[in-house]
Design a protein around this ligand. Sequence first.
Ligand code: DQA
Length: 146
Amino acid sequence: MKLLIINGPNLQLLGSREQSIYGDVTLAEIEADISTIADDLKVTIDFRQSNHEGEIVDWIGAAKAEFDGIIINPAAYTHTSVAILDALAAVDLPAIEVHLSNIHAREEFRQQSITAPACLGQICGLGPGGYEWALRALHRHLRASE
Ligand code: DQA
């Protein structure tokens, strides 16, 4: 089983970025934790980050050939990107959306996810642990549909 994990804009700044909202764990630390858990589950992961909407769209569009599922934190594109929504719908792979913060408890413009309707589900507000829950949930989902 092979999963693509995509992180959107500004997530490369985790650890120093708005620590009261996003905490002090870096993206590299999240990747290291997720890799250990993925090894236990015998899942191969490809963990990426981009600040560019088109690059994320390209990654999703090409994912079907290589991956069984997608975990995505589209970051700010969550609230704006019809292109990412369409890419997720087009590629037809199970996807789980992750947010470190509880977007439903934040500014009104963050409370809508444009991208979540193309996902199996959304995990938000649980900090870096959300990536682990998404990995376990997607693993279980894919195992059940084997
Ligand atoms: C975020 C929430 C988004 O609203 C924000 O633009 C981000 C991070 C999160 O993980 O909590 O960049 O996706």
